[in-house]
Design a protein around this ligand. Structure first.
Ligand SMILES: [Zn+2]
Ligand SMILES: [Zn+2]
Length: 298
C-alpha cells in the first residue's frame, strides 16, 4: 500500500492538500491518508466493476425470481456503502503496519527469494492460502453463535446481484478479508503483485455474485464460480469456498451446483414461465425449488 500512498503524496497530497510543514512519514498523516485512499479505492473498485458486471454480465431475468427482494439492488448498494468505512478501520491499521515496514513485502524482483519464479509461486501460494483461510472463516461465521449477528445480512440476498458482493456486516467483511491482509506479514510478496491481487480479489468476489453460472466443463468441479456461490446463498451449508472447490471437498461441504443439473434459478424461472403460458398460474411456492428441495429460510 506504500506504493499508492507514495504516489498520492507525490502527485496530490504534498503539493496541494497538506500543509508543507507536515512530514510525509508522520504517523498520523499516514493513517489519515491511508483511511481516505482505502475508502476511495474500495468504493471505486466496488462501484466500477459492480456496475460493469451488473449491466454486461448479470442476467436481469433473475430479478423476476420470487426470492429476489423488492428494491434489492438499492438495498445491496446502500448496505455495502455503509459497511465499507467500518471495514476500512481495522484494514487501515494493517496497511499502516505494512507502510511502517513490518510486512515481508518487497520492491524489486532481485529481492524475491527465487526471482521471477518466486513471484509466480507467491501468487499461487497466495491463492491457496486465502482460499483456505476464507473457507474456514466463512464456515466459522455460519456457527450459530455468530451467524445471526454477523453473517446473516449477507444471506439476505438469495438471488444475489454483483452489488451483493461487498454487502457484508463490517465484522463479516473484515474477517473474510483477513487472509489477504495476513499473507504479506507471513510470506514474501512483491508490492505490485500485492496490489494486483487486491484488485483480483475484489473482482473475483463480484464475479461469484454475478449470476453467470457458466464454467468450462473441465473446471466445473475445481473452480468455485457463481453457480456454486449461488447455491451457498440458497442452501447455506454448502460451497463456502472462494476460488476453488478444494476445501469444500476436504470439509465435506461440496455440492454440485443445481444450475449444472437443470435445477438452478434460471430453470426455476423457465418452468414458471411454462406454467404461466399453459394457463396454470404460477402454482409454485416461492420457497420450493423445482427439484422439490425446500430451502431453509435461515
Ligand atoms: Zn455464508
Ligand atoms: Zn455471497
Amino acid at each position: 500500500m506504500d506504493l499508492v500512498l507514495n504516489a498520492a503524496d507525490y502527485h496530490l497530497l504534498t503539493p496541494y492538500v497538506y500543509p508543507s510543514m507536515w512530514p510525509e512519514n508522520e504517523p498520523f498523516r499516514q493513517l489519515l491518508s491511508l483511511f481516505v485512499i482505502t475508502n476511495l479505492g474500495a468504493l471505486a473498485l466496488y462501484l466500477l466493476f459492480g456496475t460493469l458486471s451488473y449491466y454486461f454480465i448479470f442476467d436481469h431475468e433473475l430479478k423476476k425470481h420470487p426470492q429476489f427482494l423488492e428494491n434489492q439492488v438499492q438495498r445491496e448498494i446502500a448496505y455495502a456503502v455503509q459497511s465499507l468505512p467500518w471495514i476500512s478501520v481495522p484494514t487501515v491499521a494493517l496497511f499502516f503496519a505494512e507502510v511502517r515496514g513490518y510486512s515481508k513485502l518487497y520492491d524489486n524482483i532481485e529481492d524475491s527469494p527465487y526471482g521471477w519464479s518466486g513471484v509466480i509461486l507467491s501468487m499461487l501460494s497466495f491463492l491457496f492460502f486465502t482460499d483456505m483461510g476464507i473457507y474456514w472463516i466463512h464456515r466459522f461465521l455460519h456457527h450459530k453463535l455468530l451467524y445471526k449477528r454477523f453473517h446473516k445480512p449477507h444471506h439476505l440476498w438469495k438471488i444475489a446481484t454483483p452489488f451483493a458482493s461487498h454487502a457484508f456486516h463490517p465484522v463479516d467483511g473484515f474477517m473474510q478479508s483477513l487472509p489477504y491482509h495476513i499473507y504479506p506479514f507471513l510470506f514474501p510478496l512483491h508490492k505490485v503483485t500485492y496490489l494486483g491481487l487486491y484488485i483480483f480479489v475484489n473482482v473475483w468476489t463480484i464475479s461469484i455474485h454475478d449470476g453467470d453460472y457458466r464454467v468450462p466443463k473441465i473446471l466445473r468441479h475445481i473452480i468455485n464460480g457463481s453457480a456454486h456461490h449461488t447455491d451457498h446463498h440458497l442452501y447455506f451449508d454448502y460451497n463456502y469456498g472462494q476460488y476453488f472447490t478444494l476445501w469444500d471437498k476436504i470439509g465435506g461441504s461440496y455440492k454440485s451446483p443445481t444450475s449444472f443439473e437443470g435445477k438452478g434459478p434460471h430453470d426455476y424461472l423457465r418452468k414458471l414461465r411454462e406454467k404461466e403460458s399453459n394457463g396454470q398460474g404460477n402454482g409454485c411456492e416461492p420457497r420450493t425449488m423445482p427439484n422439490g428441495d425446500s430451502q431453509k429460510n435461515k
